[in-house]
Design a protein around this ligand. Structure first.
Ligand code: NDP
Length: 253
């Protein structure tokens, strides 16, 4: 590890890396010296363009986009196997893929509930399971799970999402205790409101109200979150595990 390249030589897997926070993590991990495999779901063209751009910017570094449907056990297993195949070594897993289907619980249909739980929470099992043993056998590594302020505090209109993200935090804390002795850290990052396609869906008046709950009155950027994720992936964070770290600009909900 050097100061400039804290992830030099590391193999990193990121789910949902085709845009938003995941794409910022992919960019920064490459810039910090890592080889990266990242998943996309519906955005194949965008993922391929991102990988082409980053390979050109970092010659000799590997940056591979792969299809992944993280809510599906078999698809996630295929993704994990292909990711291991593309990397010389696995050091970091960033479980980032996620969706919202906001609606009041009284109006929520079973499909909305299951989609949200499947993509945000079941994915902790489907993706982490096949990638855990290589980390444990190697006796080093970091797993970073993207949770949310919604999972820490509960947000109205997000019962399924709050439940899923609270589940991500519980999973993180338990797994950290199970594998801490094997030299693998497990942490959750809980963003507040970050400027991505996900928050672009929020109606203008609601977005203004939410900004009023943030001391700086602004949403964060995907890069803000990526810096925290890459720090947790580096040796500098080797003594941090089992934590849910909120990155929300002081948002009070
Ligand atoms: P975006 O909507 O911008 O991107 C979502 C990413 O997840 C895309 O890369 C998408 O791939 C991928 N994805 C969606 N469904 C699936 C699936 N079934 N299987 C695999 N990949 C899938 O989201 P953000 O970048 O905003 O969010 C990233 C993470 O951060 C999520 O876990 C989210 O819950 C969390 N978060 C975001 C906050 C925010 O304010 N933005 C706040 C708190 C948490 P594709 O485009 O190829 O379909």
């Amino acid at each position: 590890m050097t100061d400039d390249l804290p992830l030099a030589g590391r193999g990193v897997v990121v789910t949902g890396g085709s845009r938003g926070i995941g794409a910022a993590v992919v960019r920064l991990a490459l810039a910090q010296g890592a080889d990266v495999v990242f998943g996309y779901h519906s955005g194949e063209e965008r993922a391929r363009a991102l990988a082409d751009e980053l390979r050109a910017a970092h010659p000799g570094r590997r940056c591979t986009p792969l299809y992944a449907h993280v809510a599906d056990t078999a698809e996630a297993q295929r993704f994990a196997a292909a990711a291991l195949d593309r990397l010389d070594r696995l050091d970091v897993l960033v479980n980032n893929a996620g969706i919202t289907r906001d609606t009041l619980f009284a109006r929520m249909g079973p499909q909305q509930w299951h989609e949200v739980i499947g993509t945000n929470l079941d994915s902790m099992y489907t993706v982490t399971k096949p990638l855990l043993m290589p980390l444990v056998k190697q006796r080093s590594g970091a797993i970073i799970n993207i949770a949310s302020s919604s999972g820490l505090h509960g947000i109205p209109g997000q019962t399924a999402y709050s439940a899923a993200k609270a589940g991500v935090i519980g999973f993180t804390k338990a797994l950290a205790k199970e594998i801490g002795a094997r030299g693998v850290t497990v942490n959750a990052v809980a963003p507040g409101l970050i400027e991505t396609d996900m928050t672009a869906e929020i109606p203008e008046d609601k977005a203004e109200f939410l900004k009023s709950l943030i001391p700086s009155q602004t949403f964060g950027t995907p890069e803000d979150v990526a810096h925290l994720v890459c720090f947790l992936a580096s040796d500098r964070a080797r003594y941090i595990t089992g934590q849910a770290i909120e990155i929300a600009g002081g948002l009070v909900v």
